[in-house]
Ligand binder design. Structure first.
Ligand code: MN
Length: 129
């Protein structure tokens, strides 16, 4: 089965960029445009990886990551947190919320596919699937 990746991003241009970057890979891409929708879709669809903007309407990416990590099913699901924030300490905040990695905006489309493949492999090992 194709790995299922949930993209959570409220900015249409960034969403399109992620879709185009990952669309060439053999992935099943799901999309959500706010934090609540992202959380609900994650619980319903059980994605293999979540690529999520941290600055989202309705519920922030920080809240979504924290809430997901409280659920046993999401203890090992790789979550990549995307943020344009460049202040010192922001990377730590993203990791503290429960994300495995920090990806800064603008997204480096040349590096993203390898990062995603690496995270998927890591998630597979940790979940024992
Ligand atoms: Mn945003």
């Amino acid at each position: 089965m194709k790995p299922k990746i949930l993209l959570v991003e409220d900015n249409p241009l960034n969403m399109r960029l992620m879709e185009m970057t990952l669309g060439a890979q053999n992935y099943d891409l799901l999309k959500a445009t706010d934090g609540q929708q992202g959380f609900d879709m994650a619980v319903k669809e059980r994605p293999d990886l979540i690529l999520m903007d941290m600055n989202l309407p309705v519920m922030s990416g920080f809240e979504v990551a924290k809430k997901l990590r409280e659920l046993p099913d999401f203890r090992n699901t790789p979550i990549a947190g995307i943020t344009a924030l460049a202040m010192k300490g922001d990377m730590e905040k993203v990791l503290e919320a429960g994300c495995d990695v920090y990806i800064s905006k603008p997204i480096n489309t040349r590096e993203l596919p390898a990062k995603i493949a690496e995270l998927l492999a890591k998630g597979k090992n940790e979940s024992g699937r």
